[in-house]
Design a protein around this ligand. Sequence first.
Ligand SMILES: [Cu+2]
Length: 120
Amino acid sequence: MRRTVACLAVLLSSLPALTACGGSDSPDEADTEPKVIEVTIEGESVTPNGERVEVAVGQQVDLEVTADVPGEIHVHSSPEQALEYDAGSSTVTIEPIDTPGTVDVELHDPAKIVLQLEVR
Ligand SMILES: [Cu+2]
């Protein structure tokens, strides 16, 4: 049963390249896992600092945020996403982006570009 579910996910993510189902070491399978990126916000200091990160079209991105005060992360996808985080450690999820391109992930207070997602 598990295998069937995994297979379906691979099929959905790799259309229209319909490859044979059943290969357990297909590289496509990794792309269905969420991308996890650590983000640290301390006053004016934000890490990462505008770094480019490649993600697949349709791939979920989880940001593990550690912050000194609560705030909001803006994802300039279409439509835009506003992700609130708490003080301390929390995880926020960027919904999968369906259009290839570069998407800025930023803070407005302080005004910083945290990441540029290269969706391809
Ligand atoms: Cu913004």
